[in-house]
Design a protein around this ligand. Sequence first.
Ligand SMILES: [Zn+2]
Ligand SMILES: [Zn+2]
Length: 573
Amino acid sequence: MDNTNKENKKIDSKPVRKPSIPKLRIIPLGGVEEIGINCTVYEYGNDIVVADMGLGFSEFDYYGIDAVVPDIKYLTGKKNKIRGIVITHGHLDHIGALAYHLESLGYPNVYGSLFTIELIKAKIEEKTEVFKQMKDKFKVVEENTKLKLGSFMIEFFHVNHSIPQCLGLYIQTPSARAVHTGDFKFDNSPINEPVANYSKIVEIGRRGVDILLADSTNSLKKGHPISESEVAKNLEDIIERAEGRVIVGTFSGLVGRLYQLLEIAKRHNRKVAIAGYSMNQTLRIAQEIGYIKIPQGLIIPVQEIYRHPPEKVLVLTTGAQGEPDAALTKMASEDYKGFELHKGDTIIISAKTIPGNDRAVQTMVDNITRRGAAVVQVEDMDLFTSGHGYQEDQKIMLNLIKPKFFMPVHGYQYFLRAHGNTAQSVGVKESNILISQRGSIIEGDKFGGFKITKKFNCEPLLVSGSGVGDVGTTVLQEREQLASYGIVIINLMIDKERKLVRPPFILTKGFVYVKSSQELLDLLSQTVEKIYYASSADFDTTIIKDKISKDISKLVFKETEREPIVMPILNFI
Ligand SMILES: [Zn+2]
Ligand SMILES: [Zn+2]
């Protein structure tokens, strides 16, 4: 046996603190108060390794926000300590923020499986400068790679999820060993990939793990998700029976599902048309790395669908969530160029509706039905399975790793707590379960265990157009307020004697229909005039504007129960 094991035994029987060794710090910058923005910092002495750097999705999408990225101020001050960013898998909630942050992190090396790295490259390509700088910085790792990054030694283990080549991380430092699962489930009959590497996980567990960070997405669900092969069987049944065209709506990130569908199409001699840019991109990469073999002539352009008999066509498309810009949504509302749904089509929605999207999905399904097409949804049959393990999968991971401390990640706070309860049910001590927040600093080692020692303010940054983080919550609240209630602009003309030249002029946009509200506008104007003269004694323009804005907001609310933005403008003539 090697030295590590002997050393472990000694330490396990008689823990001795070695003050000279730094503690391991774990800092989640995202992913612990939401599904998304996954990003965890591992810091040991002078070395930092970051696990994942993902995007989040904004509840404010309607106000010009493209994406949400983790707040990385903790890292920017420690740029020279970053030894690398290790990515568990290629989903956007794990890779999507790289394009925005690599520059401010000084272009560190990025490590991941071949498929993951290729997906990252495809996402970054359009940012020419970042792409140029990163040219030699992408490093492909395999399950057997042992990666030495400063004092960190990182090993990998394969897990099942919904995209190929997912890797869990075994992170070793001289003072503690951590396991970071990434998104995972245990699928004992996966499609086109090996079963999660039970034996390596067992071995890692045997070596001793001080703290486990594990995926909490489905911590509220009992049991196991059904196997991918069962989903494939159900999909095949429907496609086999369909007499016309079959259109399947799913996510482009569900690469395993896309593989299944292509295989089914091959078996049933259906040509495949792919509608949706991201889906085309993912399939191209999957083919390049050899995950999917697409025979010549299987894929046809959407425009050529009409050249083939309906029962020989399968269309793969994005938009299973009713997203306004996605192909299926557009097809449903007859807004998709070159392709129309009609009677005889079977539409399969192979995705679970994400809470909040129910109405959009319902509208889309209604629109499809109106075109005479049949819709088969996940509710009708098992046409979808989650890529994230349920409670029983989580128990397997906990039982195999046997961590001393447990830190649930990848979920809302409520999910983390549920995962904590599951951990307790398989023997992790309650006091050893750490429910963190963004910016929590979890510190510890194998001698004294782990605890949350500090928390700094760590609010996700909003990306609006080309700006990262320049749109704050205030700007968003203003956009929301503008969209809901409009704006009231108050124009004051002031002469040299500081007298108003004429009554304040009130201009509104999106607030009230002016013709029918003249009375209200007159009242506002008169009130502004009064406020102006009452507060113009010391003539501080900021105070005057502030007073007008506050008092008029109150008055408007009293009269209309609406809260528009009130903006006074003082003009001096
Ligand atoms: Zn994922
Ligand atoms: Zn994820």
